[in-house]
Unconditional design. Structure first.
Length: 291
């Protein structure tokens, strides 16, 4: 089995692979693909073959094994790219050959690959992977669950969480959900934050409280986790995580979407705009955490 996971960083590609491994009790080896690349002629090809052959041997002995190539574009870039050197082009060919060999011999080895730069992958590499799973930034439904799950973990760690976080999060969720339903009924089809600019425009116009869910459009789960950690760092002194503290910390770390090719989709203000608004509205007026 071959599976390609692609999408922005921090959206759960590696986590899903580890969860799959744990769920089916199959050992997994995570390989940082860029570490296979060597400046010495022929060593990159040798490294690729060695890691696949070793994994194949383990799979035969154990009955199953997962080989996960993180950032697989490091060894699978488009061969027609004039900027790629010959060594990388030969590495692509070698990788395709070892995948074909594993499949032909029926080795119980599952090869997973993850990339944040799917457009740079060689077309033949795409075809070698049977399944393609696209990862995207979490929508507002999932962002609410992610934020609430972090809050529950904090409470379990005996750190106080301001109930206003849950209250304001629910109020904002209900507002956005109503906008989504009304817009879907009007247009005759479902809408998405990342595919329909009109949805964001309606949120901009009709939302009374633009809180955590609006702020975190274009945030990955990792971004939200980072912001929560920053907030906790400041909450050590007060022993209470407040809404304003969480908001200002999330605003400080920013979202991954501003660094990848999603700028045209996100028609909402930039993080800098959010911070200017915060000053005007006196939201999260405390000093940024000193890290």
């Amino acid at each position: 089995m071959t599976v390609l996971l692609y999408g922005p960083p921090g959206t759960g590609k590696t986590s899903l692979t580890r969860a799959f491994s744990k769920r089916y009790d199959i050992p997994v080896c995570v390989v940082e693909s860029d570490r296979l690349v060597s400046p010495l002629l022929g060593d990159t090809i040798k490294n690729i073959r060695n890691v696949v052959e070793l994994s194949a041997d383990i799979a035969k002995k154990n009955g199953a094994f997962i080989l996960f190539f993180d950032e697989i574009d490091a060894i699978g870039s488009e061969r027609s790219n004039i900027h790629e050197v010959g060594e990388i082009k030969r590495a692509v060919i070698s990788f395709l050959q070892v995948i074909d060999k594993v499949n032909y011999e029926g080795v119980p080895l599952a090869i997973f690959g993850a990339t944040n730069h799917q457009h740079q992958l060689d077309s033949a590499m795409w075809r070698r992977f049977t399944f393609h799973l696209k990862f995207d930034f979490p929508d507002y439904h999932l962002r609410r669950k992610i934020i609430e799950s972090f809050m529950k973990r904090i409470e379990n760690a005996k750190i106080g969480v301001d109930p206003a976080i849950y209250t304001k999060l629910e109020q904002e969720y209900d507002q956005i959900h109503k906008i989504e339903q009304d817009l879907s009924n009007k247009l005759g089809h479902s809408v998405s934050e990342f595919e329909d600019k009109i949805f964001l425009q309606e949120i901009e116009k009709k939302s009374i409280n633009k809180g955590l869910l609006y702020l975190t459009i274009g945030y990955s789960g990792s971004d939200i986790e980072r912001g929560t950690r920053v907030a906790l760092f400041k909450a050590i002194h007060t022993e209470l995580l407040t809404y304003d503290l969480l908001y200002s910390s999330l605003s400080l770390v920013g979202g991954t979407a501003i660094h990848v090719d999603r700028q045209d989709i996100l028609s909402k203000p930039t993080q800098a705009t959010h911070r200017r608004r915060n000053k005007k509205e006196n939201v999260g007026s405390m000093k940024p955490p000193e890290i």
